[in-house]
Design a protein around this ligand. Structure first.
Ligand SMILES: *Cc1c(COP(=O)(O)O)cnc(C)c1O
Length: 423
């Protein structure tokens, strides 16, 4: 195999068409940030739109709802339209609202219609805990025992799922399917098109959690026929801590009454009639509940400008090149250090890598001490996410070099092998 050197990295940085976007971000000083899949960095554009909306409040008061550059009353729809290309949805199929977990509650409350023997929800055993908690509680609300009615498809190796296993579990008893697009640990991208086709053939509503895929990989939700999807905007979309989530409803599902209703789901023109009979929006807008979190939407507006300019294809292309480079360096520099690659080595992976090691928790602490921000996932995972918009190939080079020194010198031994409160 070809030997990679620092000059390989520098050469690729010079050739990188997205290189100028790094200057659009606040890069932490003396730090290599490899955690954009947990919390994306602040960009100057996101800061600008946040301050803009703060100023609208300052100068317009209540009139900010309908005046100013981004009237708050229409903001959820406006941001939804901007996210639509990232998920392959039509403009009226995507809205910015709620959070990942509350949107999942809304979607299950709407799409889970148990009848006779068709009572089960199909998920997987590698799913993110919050999604599982939400599904279990929704089952309980309907009077079903979660242990019996939540099917979690098993992973053969604790890392990956097999689409064929999931399809085999789509039986007559299944009333709803909820799956991740990219697995939060291993980074595996599920074949959403294949899974959706199988679910559609069996007439089972299917939805995906796009938290780790949106802003990182391409989606064609509309064309694939996905019924619904939901995601957060603070990971690859760089919307800031707790920024407002996203929700997609395929137009074939328009007209369904949302399970959890609220006045912001009304048609805009009639919302302020204040009638006690709701005149629900005829598109994805119906899924909103209450007043939007305007200040948590504001940074998303600026951040999305960059995604619009660049296009998700170019982002994905650079992302794969970054993670391919990191994989090659791990093989070249860290052989014998006891790491196991926990992510797909082919292109069925999202924007991050997973290195598994028995000492992972304290290796992460040593990395942090050396200025590299990784992210630890219990019990033994180190996630590293070189992000196309603001990381360089040189960042990748130095991350692996620092890791090499930590392993060679056993520098991690000065730390306890325990995670922090927020890992
Ligand atoms: C980050 C993440 C969440 C977080 O949900 P919130 O409601 O935003 O706290 C949920 N599911 C997955 C798969 C995630 O990656």
């Amino acid at each position: 195999m070809r030997q990679h050197t620092l000059s390989t990295a520098q050469q690729w940085d010079r050739e990188d068409k997205l290189a100028t976007y790094r200057d659009e971000f606040y890069i932490l000083e003396n730090t290599i940030y490899m955690d954009g899949n947990s919390l994306g960095l602040l960009s100057k554009r996101a800061e600008r739109t946040l301050l803009q909306l703060l100023d609208a409040w300052k100068t317009l008061g209540i009139d900010g709802w309908t005046e100013g550059e981004h009237p708050w009353f229409y903001l959820s729809e406006e941001v939804g339209k901007k996210m639509a290309p990232l998920v392959g949805g039509n403009e009226n199929e995507v809205i910015a609202t709620g959070s990942t977990t509350t949107n999942l509650h809304q979607l299950v409350a709407t799409f889970y219609k148990p009848m006779g023997n068709k009572t089960k929800i199909l998920a997987d055993e590698l799913n993110f805990p919050s999604d599982i908690y939400a599904l279990k509680s929704q089952l309980q609300l309907k009077g079903y025992e979660p242990d019996e009615h939540l099917i979690r498809v098993a992973s053969p190796d604790g890392r990956y799922l097999r689409e064929d296993d999931i399809i085999a579990a789509m039986t007559e008893e299944v009333a709803l399917i909820v799956l991740p697009a990219v697995l939060y640990r291993s980074g595996q991208v599920l074949d959403m098109e294949k899974l959706t086709k199988a679910a559609n053939e069996r007439n089972i509503p299917i939805g995906f959690d796009l938290c780790h895929s949106v802003g990182s990989v391409e989606h064609e939700l509309h064309d694939w026929g996905v019924d619904f999807a939901f995601w957060c905007t603070y990971k690859h979309l760089n919307g800031g801590p707790g920024s407002v989530g996203g929700l997609f409803i395929h137009e074939k599902q328009f007209g369904k009454a949302p399970g959890l209703a609220g006045w912001f789901g009304s048609k805009k023109a009639s919302q302020f009639d204040m009638a006690h009979t709701m005149d629900a929006a005829t598109d994805v807008g119906a899924y909103q509940i209450g007043t939007p979190h305007v200040l948590s939407l504001a940074p998303v507006i600026g951040s999305l400008e960059m995604f619009e300019e660049i296009g998700i294809e170019a982002i994905r292309e650079k992302s794969l090149k970054l993670t391919n480079f990191m994989l090659a360096l791990v093989e070249q520099e860290l052989a014998g250090a006891g790491f196991t690659i926990g992510n797909p080595v082919d292109e069925s992976r999202g924007g991050h890598l997973l290195l598994e090691h028995a000492e992972a928790a304290r290796i992460c602490k040593a990395l942090k001490q050396d200025g590299v921000i990784p992210d630890f996932r219990a019990p033994n995972g180190i996630r590293l996410a070189p992000v196309a918009l603001y990381n360089t190939f040189e960042d990748v080079w130095y991350t692996v070099q620092k890791l090499k020194v930590i392993m060679d010198e056993k520098r991690y031994e000065q730390f306890e092998n325990k995670r922090g409160v927020v890992a």
